[in-house]
Design a protein around this ligand. Structure first.
Ligand code: F6R
Length: 246
């Protein structure tokens, strides 16, 4: 795992955007693996702002999102489909039919998992996967205890994950209890992975990750089994590692 320590969230977002743009310039038909949540917002903002300025086209790019809340229609204001559309897709020239996100309200959840794995097999491998990290070490919605061999599956969200996502919902009860997520095995099939971590709330998770102990109890630690991961972290998220080294 390579690491890059930058001053703040703005620098992390800007740098990550240059990596995405470099990928798309190098291969106009790139497959990008995308995340939602607060972390990649700055990255998406940078991509949108520079879309016209830097002349990068996404028209032949395909995107595969990590996860979706179970029980939310695409059109729900807090669905990850809505999130991606609002924060990124509608601002660039990506063809919406080339954007894949699990269906949060499928007629059969089992069939939806199989369908999503088939999509990954058909259009993968993902050339560049963007990841955020949960305070409990989850990646995608692979919560602690997830097997490294996992493919797309249904997860019960931990109370801490639901609490972390509470700011997006009006009340705690409204936060879905389950999600559908790409598995660890599928994430690790990506050619390159960028893991973004910003802010004090991620400091403990970054410290645990950098202890290099690979364990199901901390799913992000499986990234140590991949040979092309770059951790881009800001000072606030790195502070506990710095303290330990003093
Ligand atoms: C979302 C996802 C999650 C988030 C993680 C961090 O698609 O895959 O793993 O990356 O929960 O969330 P934020 O960025 O909101 O701190």
């Amino acid at each position: 795992m390579k690491g890059l320590l930058l001053d703040n969230y703005a620098a992390v977002s800007e740098y990550a955007a240059t990596l995405v743009e470099e990928q798309v310039r190098g291969n106009a038909q790139s497959v990008l693996g995308l995340a939602t949540g607060a972390t990649p917002l700055g990255l998406y903002e940078n991509i949108c702002n520079s879309f016209e300025e830097r002349g990068v086209s996404y028209k032949d790019v395909r995107t595969i999102n990590l996860d979706e809340y179970l029980g939310l229609e695409r059109t729900h204001p807090e669905s990850y489909y809505t999130f991606m559309n609002e924060k990124l897709f509608k601002h660039i020239d990506l063809a919406i039919e080339n954007a894949y996100i699990p269906d949060g309200k499928p007629s059969s959840v089992g069939e939806e998992c199989v369908r999503y794995d088939k999509i990954l097999d058909c259009i993968g491998p993902i050339n560049l996967q963007i990841l955020g990290i949960g305070t409990n070490g989850h990646i995608g919605f692979n919560e602690p205890g997830t097997n490294s061999n996992s493919t797309t599956h249904i997860v019960e969200l931990t109370p801490s994950t639901r609490k972390s996502n509470a700011h997006f919902f009006q009340s705690f009860e409204e936060i879905p209890t389950h999600a559908i997520t790409m598995g660890i095995k599928s994430i690790l099939k990506s050619e390159k992975i960028i893991l973004l971590a910003s802010g004090e709330s991620k400091a403990e998770a970054v410290k645990t990750l950098l202890s290099k102990q690979v364990t199901e109890r901390f799913p992000a630690s499986f990234l140590w089994n991949h040979d092309n991961v770059t951790l881009i972290v800001d000072r606030d998220a790195y502070q506990l590692v710095e303290l330990e080294r003093q």
